[in-house]
Design a protein around this ligand. Structure first.
Ligand code: BG6
Length: 497
C-alpha cells in the first residue's frame, strides 16, 4: 500500500542556472523530450532564470541549439519545438543583488486578485554555494508554499558539517518531503533494473548474502579527464565527486534489505541502514583499505593525453595531490554481509568507459570433476550499467564431446539493447524530472543518506591526512595504479576487466 503523502500536479518549473552546462546538455533536452511524449502537464510554464541579460528570443535560440546538439537531437522538429518554446519564459535574476529574485515574484505571483493554482518546482542547477542563499531569497519573497518542490544537484556539501549546513539552509524554506536531491545514477535505466532484478525475481534473494557471495565489485571507469573543470575537480577529487554519491548509491541498492514496497520511505529507509553499517575506514587503515591515484600523461582512446597536473586550468597548482582514481575495500557490518568485501573503484582517464557491478559467488564446495583435471570457476553475476546494458550469469558448462568430459565457463546473456532495442534510450534526467513532477522521491537521496555517506567519506579523508597518504601516479589509459591490483589480490580476488 502506498502510504506516502503525494504532491499534486505543478504549474511551473523555474530553472536556476538556465544557461549553464548541465541545463544545456541534459535539462532542456530532457524537458523537450517529455513534452514531445505528452508527459508535461498541459499548462506548465518553464522559467529559465540566470544572471545574463538575454532577450526572450535569444534565450529560446539557446534552448533550441541545446536540443539540436544533445543526445535527444533526433527528436527535434520545428513544430514540436515551436509548441515547447511557448512554455518558456526567460527571467534574468541576480542572487547576489538586493531583491535580485524580485523579477521571479512578478512572474510567479503577479499582483491582483487572480492567484495561479498549483505548485512550482525550483530546480537549482547552480553551484552548491548558492543553494542556501537562493532558498532564503525564495522564502523571503514569499513564493514558496506547501505545494512547491526544490531540486538540488550534488555535491551537497564537501563533508558532513558543510552538508548539514546546506541541508539546514534548504530545510529552512522547504520540508524534507518537498526536497529532491538528485543523484543522476539513480535515473539510469540499468540502475533501476538492478532493483527489479533483485526484488522482482525470487531466485537471487536466497543466495544474496555472505553464505553464497564471496565478493562484490563496483566499477565506474571513465576515459574522460577533468574536462575543463580543473578548479572544481581539484578541490573535490574522485572520492568526493564519485564515491560519496554514485558509487555509494549503487552499493546501497546491491546491499539493502528488501524494502516493503517501492515507495520513497521504504526504499530510503533500507538504503540508509546500509550506509550506517559501513565499517569506518579511518587512521592508518586507509593505507591497506584504499588506493588513491592521479593520472600522468599517456594514451587514451588511441590519442596522446596530458597528465592531470598539466590539464588546462592547473596553472600554479601543478603540484596538486588530488586523486583522480580511487579504489576501496569496503565492508558492511551486518548479518547479511559480514566478511564480504565490496571493492569500489572509479577513475578518470582509465582504459575504457564502463560501469559495472560484479557479484562473485562462492566456489562449488567440492569438485567432483577434479579427477579428470577440471577446475571449477565460481559463478558470477555481471551487471553492466554502461555503455551497454547487459546482465550475464556465468555458469560452468560441459563442452559437447563424446570422447571426454571437459568443462568451461559460459555466460547466460541478457542484453537490454537486443531485447528492447527499439526503445529509445532516455537521458537519466528525463526520468528524474518526471518523478519530481509526479512528486515521487523514491529515486532521490534523503537528507540522512547524504549525511551518513559523508560521515564515512570524512573518515577516509581524515585518515589520508593523518597518515600523509599521497596519490600514486598511473598512466592515462591504464586501469589505475598497480597498488589497486594488490588491494584485491592480497585477499585472493582479482578485478573483473
Ligand atoms: C558526475 C561527476 O557526477 O558524474 C563527473 O561530477 C562524472 O566527474 C560524471 O564524469 C559521470 O556520469 P556519467 O553519467 O557520465 O557516468
Amino acid at each position: 500500500m502506498n502510504i506516502e503523502p503525494s504532491l499534486p500536479e505543478c504549474r511551473a518549473l523555474v530553472l536556476f542556472g538556465a544557461t549553464g552546462d548541465l541545463a544545456k546538455r541534459m535539462l532542456w533536452p530532457s524537458l523537450y523530450a517529455l513534452d514531445c511524449d505528452g508527459l508535461l502537464p498541459v499548462i506548465f510554464q518553464l522559467i529559465g532564470a540566470a544572471t545574463s541579460q538575454l532577450s526572450q528570443q535569444d534565450f529560446i535560440a539557446k534552448v533550441k541549439e541545446s536540443i539540436q546538439t544533445s543526445a535527444n537531437k533526433q527528436l527535434y522538429n520545428d513544430v514540436a519545438f515551436e509548441r515547447f518554446s511557448k512554455r518558456i519564459q526567460y527571467v534574468p535574476v541576480d542572487i547576489k543583488a538586493d531583491h535580485g529574485l524580485e523579477p521571479l515574484r512578478a512572474v510567479l505571483a503577479p499582483a491582483g486578485d487572480h492567484k495561479p493554482e498549483g505548485g512550482v518546482i525550483f530546480y537549482l542547477s547552480t553551484g552548491p554555494q548558492l543553494f542556501g542563499p537562493i532558498c532564503l531569497a525564495l522564502r523571503e519573497i514569499g513564493i514558496v508554499d506547501k505545494l512547491s518542490r526544490i531540486v538540488v544537484e550534488k555535491p551537497i556539501g564537501t563533508n558532513t558539517d558543510t552538508a548539514r549546513i546546506t541541508n539546514d539552509a534548504i530545510g529552512a524554506a522547504f520540508d524534507e518531503g518537498q526536497i529532491f536531491r538528485i543523484d543522476h545514477y539513480l535515473g539510469k535505466e540499468a540502475v533501476q533494473n538492478l532493483v527489479a532484478l533483485r526484488f522482482a525475481n525470487s531466485i537471487f534473494e536466497p543466495l544474496w548474502n555472505a553464505n553464497a557471495i564471496e565478493q562484490v565489485q563496483i566499477t565506474v571507469a571513465e576515459t574522460v579527464g577533468v574536462d575543463g573543470r580543473w578548479p572544481f575537480y581539484d578541490s573535490t577529487g574522485a572520492l568526493r565527486d564519485m564515491v560519496q554519491s554514485h558509487l555509494l548509491q549503487l552499493l546501497c541498492l546491491v546491499a539493502m534489505e528488501p524494502p516493503a514496497s517501492f515507495t520513497p520511505s521504504a526504499v530510503r529507509n533500507e538504503k540508509v541502514k546500509v550506509l550506517w553499517s559501513l565499517r569506518p575506514i579511518t587512521g592508518a587503515d586507509v593505507v591497506t583499505q584504499t588506493v588513491r591515484g592521479q593520472y600522468s600523461a599517456g594514451f587514451c582512446g588511441g590519442k596522446a593525453v596530458v597528465g592531470y597536473r598539466d590539464e588546462t586550468g592547473a596553472g600554479a597548482n601543478a603540484t596538486s595531490d588530488t586523486e583522480t582514481f580511487i579504489a576501496i575495500r569496503a565492508e558492511i557490518d551486518n548479518w547479511r554481509w559480514a566478511g564480504v568485501p565490496f571493492y569500489l573503484r572509479t577513475g578518470k582517464r582509465l582504459q575504457d568507459r564502463m560501469s559495472e557491478i560484479v557479484i562473485q559467488f562462492r566456489p562449488a564446495p567440492h569438485n567432483i570433476f577434479a579427477d579428470i583435471g577440471a577446475t571449477l570457476a565460481p559463478n558470477t553475476l555481471l551487471i553492466k550499467l554502461q555503455p551497454d546494458e547487459k546482465i550475464t550469469l556465468t555458469l560452468m558448462h560441459k563442452k559437447p564431446d563424446v570422447n571426454e568430459t571437459r568443462l568451461g565457463e559460459v555466460g547466460l546473456n541478457l542484453s537490454v539493447d537486443e531485447i528492447f532495442g527499439q526503445t529509445r534510450r532516455r537521458i537519466a534526467y528525463e526520468r528524474m524530472l518526471l518523478d519530481v513532477l509526479r512528486g515521487n522521491s523514491a529515486l532521490f537521496v534523503r537528507r540522512d543518506e547524504v549525511e551518513a555517506s559523508w560521515k564515512w567519506i570524512d573518515g577516509i579523508i581524515d585518515g589520508w591526512r593523518t597518515s600523509g597518504y599521497q596519490a600514486k601516479s598511473y598512466s592515462a589509459g591504464s586501469w589505475g595504479p598497480t597498488a589497486a591490483i594488490a588491494l584485491t589480490e592480497r585477499h585472493g580476488h582479482s578485478w573483473h576487466e
